[in-house]
Write a protein that binds this ligand. Structure first.
Ligand code: AP5
Length: 196
């Protein structure tokens, strides 16, 4: 029985360096194999829906919308992403848990993760103190300011959410550490998962 799977879901809490690791791994695939790996960014798909409805002006406002609205926007974006993840090798850049003012929102609800049917769910993680510093150094975004202890809790909760999503789909779960100044090391591990 064939169980061909094309999608790798890459997650990580804001400021962990998820997009930096993804961009570096995609470049490695291009340089070594002359192959393009499309990156489907869930946040961008949601932002297109939410800004189109006049709900937000920047992507950092989305996690502060009422959760009922976030779920509606998530559903529309999820349908578009799942459709595009059907055929070729792709990365879905998203979150397992979004920190909202009313607690954690599941980023990969059952119907989204089943539709994507990922090969692997990657958790990009970093030292909570490094994450806090990366957030405060990023002047281009309205990043959340959080206690180091809360960042640590969020990362641990994300592990549970990833395992739950993998249980529904049979995906593997891979933790990739994005150590300070070691993006290449983290990207090499993501490259290996993409090429497996
Ligand atoms: P999203 O688009 O995923 O934004 P994000 O969480 O802010 O993530 P980024 O893409 O900015 O990446 P990053 O923060 O990991 O770090 P970066 O590479 O920039 O999501 C936006 C919003 O969409 C969410 O808040 C949510 O509202 C919504 N959303 C998304 N998916 C959803 C879903 N499924 N359901 C519901 N809502 C959803 O790096 C940060 C900084 O660190 C940079 O300055 C970088 O240079 C530096 N850095 C990176 N790596 C290193 C390193 N190894 N050493 C030193 N510095 C480093």
């Amino acid at each position: 029985m064939s169980d061909a799977r094309n999608a790798v879901i890459v997650t990580g809490i804001p400021g962990v360096g998820k997009t930096t690791v993804i961009d570096t791994a995609v470049k490695m695939v291009k340089d070594k194999h002359n192959e393009e790996v499309p990156v489907l960014n869930f946040g961008t798909a949601m932002f297109e829906v939410a800004s189109g409805r006049g709900l937000v002006e920047d992507r950092d406002e989305m996690r502060r919308l009422p959760t009922v609205t976030q779920r509606e926007v998530q559903q529309l974006a999820g349908e578009a992403i799942a459709k595009r993840a059907e055929s070729a090798k792709v990365i879905v850049d998203t979150h397992t848990l979004i920190l909202t003012p009313n607690g954690f929102l599941i980023g990969l609800p059952e119907w989204v993760v089943r539709a994507i049917k990922p090969k692997t769910i990657v958790l990009v993680e970093a030292d909570p103190e490094d994450i806090a510093r990366r957030r405060s150094d990023d002047s281009t975004r309205a990043r959340d300011v959080q206690m180091v202890e809360d960042i640590d809790t969020h990362q641990k909760m994300c592990r549970s959410a990833a395992v739950a999503a993998a249980t529904l789909t049979g995906a593997t779960v891979r933790i990739i550490k994005n150590r300070q100044g070691k993006v290449e090391e983290a990207a090499t591990q993501l490259y290996e998962t993409l090429m497996e």
